[in-house]
Design a protein around this ligand. Structure first.
Ligand code: NAP
Length: 299
């Protein structure tokens, strides 16, 4: 398949999917799109994309189909369910799932697609809504070499750090590794700011001093200044982070791996979810530490 000459299907036009689809149009790809809430297709339709009335219709009209949905059951439903992609799929199609979902369910979906002479690339992303808008996402890809090479121009329209990490499911596994690192680092930043606040340190100066050394991280340098200003608008929402931590905990149980640090962070996020803070950004993790130590880490 010469993917540049193909129509690309795009399903799931949320915070991430909409700007990613716009970047495909900017790179001159022809698009057919579907979204459960139809109003979100309007902008793309105005940019020239065709709008399908269900995922089956997308698959009937495109041999390279991208999904960007919330969780494992949503991807299963859109690909394998009633009026799903698989009901309209043409032989030799490639489905690219860019959602963050379970590696095990990813491999099951790939198996089902292989019965229709088609396949799945799992290609979850990191880089947040900013990376989706700028086209600078990191993309971690599992699946065959051949499919990876075929779809590379599609990935290049949406991302910068594009790495083939192994066979089916390995893109999702790599993303879960990413989320262990991201959640643990966010927790360290929140804990450090509460410690600094209770010690009477100037929080802005503290971030400036430690953010240029070995403690530097995206969480500290980008989210730290927002956190101390009390800006909890989401780049990445707590409820999605907690979904990813659940995927990590499920995988770790299957593998018999101990993940004490990640489990602790998940418990703190659970407390914030029970307070109705699921739509806030992950930097709001500081609120859990503030409650434990009875101090506010704000400037
Ligand atoms: P979002 O804004 O909530 O969008 C989710 C999309 O999936 C919407 O288009 C929604 O349709 C659709 N959807 C969900 N369940 C569905 C179902 N059962 N049937 C049909 N459509 C369904 O989420 P997002 O932030 O774009 O995240 C998408 C994925 O990317 C998630 O797996 C997330 O973990 C991952 N991710 C997000 C970020 C980030 O910073 N936001 C960063 C990296 C990775 P409706 O419009 O009808 O609701």
């Amino acid at each position: 398949m010469d993917v540049k000459k193909e129509t690309i299907g795009f399903i799931g036009l949320g915070i991430m999917g909409l700007p990613m689809a716009k970047n495909l149009i900017k790179s001159n790809f022809d698009l057919i799109v579907y979204n459960r809430t139809k109003s979100k297709t309007k902008e793309l339709s105005e940019l020239g994309a065709r709008v399908a009335s269900n995922p089956k219709e997308v698959a009937e009209n495109a041999k390279c189909i991208i999904t960007m949905l919330t969780d494992s059951p949503d991807v299963e439903q859109i690909i394998l369910g009633e009026n799903g992609v698989i009901k309209g799929i043409q032989a030799n199609s490639i489905v690219i799932d860019m959602s963050t979902i379970s590696p095990k369910i990813t491999r099951n979906i790939n198996e089902e697609l292989s019965k229709h002479q088609s396949s799945l690339l799992d290609a979850p992303v990191s880089g947040g809504s900013w990376g989706a808008i700028e086209g600078t996402l990191s993309i971690m890809i599992g699946g065959s070499n051949e499919d990876f090479n075929t779809c590379l121009p599609v990935f290049e329209a949406m991302g910068k750090n594009i790495i083939h990490t192994g066979s089916s499911g390995m893109g999702q596994t790599t993303k879960l590794v990413n989320q262990i690192l991201v959640a643990g680092t966010m927790n360290a930043v929140a804990e450090a700011m509460v410690f600094a606040a209770k010690s009477g340190a100037d929080l802005s100066t503290t971030i400036e001093a430690v953010g240029g050394g070995a403690a530097a991280s995206w969480q500290l340098n980008t989210l730290g200044p927002r956190l101390i200003k009390g800006d909890f608008d989401p780049g990445f929402m707590i409820k999605l982070q907690q979904k990813d931590l659940r995927l990590i905990i499920e995988s770790a149980q299957e593998l018999n791996v101990a993940i004490p640090g990640t489990s602790l962070v998940s418990q703190l996020f659970a407390g914030l979810l029970s307070q109705g803070l699921g739509d806030e950004g992950t930097q709001a993790l500081v609120k859990a530490h503030e409650q434990l130590s009875n101090v506010k880490a704000r400037i």
